[in-house]
Design a protein. Structure first.
Length: 150
C-alpha cells in the first residue's frame, strides 16, 4: 500500500470512529429521556414519582385512590373531594386502609409531605403510587373542585 492509500484508509477509519461515537451519544440521550424524565415510563407498570394536578384530576376521575397526608386542621380547611385523610405521622400504622389494587396518588399542601408518603407506601410494597406536585395549593389554584369541613 502506498502512503497516500494509508492516509486515506486512516482518514476513513477516523471518520467511522467519529460517527460511531456520535451514534453512541444519541443512543445515550434517547435512553436518558426514556428512563430519567418523569412520566415517560408509560407501559412499564411503574408510575412516575410525581405528577401534575391535571394528571391527578384524570386519575381521580378514573377511580384512583387519593390519599391526603396533611393534618386534620388542614383537611378541614380544604381538601380534594373523594380523598381520604391519613396524616403522614400515622401513615405507617394505617397501611391496611389503603387499597393495593388501585392507583394511589398521595397529596399534601405543597408536595413535600406527599413525596414522603409516597416513599412510605413504595417501601411497604405498594406499586402504583405517585405524589402530586404542588399539592392542594396548586389543585385549588388550577380551578379543580375542593371541599371544606370534615
Amino acid at each position: 500500500m502506498t502512503t497516500s492509500q494509508n492516509r486515506k484508509k486512516k482518514k476513513a477509519e477516523n471518520t467511522n470512529r467519529i460517527w460511531l461515537w456520535i451514534a453512541a451519544g444519541v443512543i445515550i440521550v434517547i435512553l436518558a429521556v426514556i428512563f430519567l424524565i418523569p412520566g415517560t415510563q408509560k407501559g412499564t407498570g411503574k408510575m412516575a414519582a410525581e405528577i401534575n394536578v391535571a394528571e391527578v384530576a384524570k386519575l381521580r376521575d378514573q377511580g384512583a385512590f387519593i390519599l391526603d397526608v396533611r393534618e386534620q386542621s388542614e383537611w378541614d380547611e380544604l381538601h380534594i373531594p373523594g380523598a381520604t385523610l391519613i396524616p403522614l405521622g400515622t401513615l405507617p400504622n394505617e397501611l391496611t386502609k389503603i387499597p393495593k389494587d388501585k392507583t394511589v396518588v398521595v397529596v399534601c399542601r405543597t408536595g413535600r409531605r406527599s413525596a414522603q408518603g409516597r416513599d412510605i407506601l413504595l417501601n411497604a410494597g405498594f406499586e402504583n403510587v405517585t405524589s402530586m406536585a404542588g399539592g392542594v395549593t396548586e389543585w385549588k389554584a388550577s380551578g379543580y373542585p375542593i371541599e371544606t369541613g370534615k
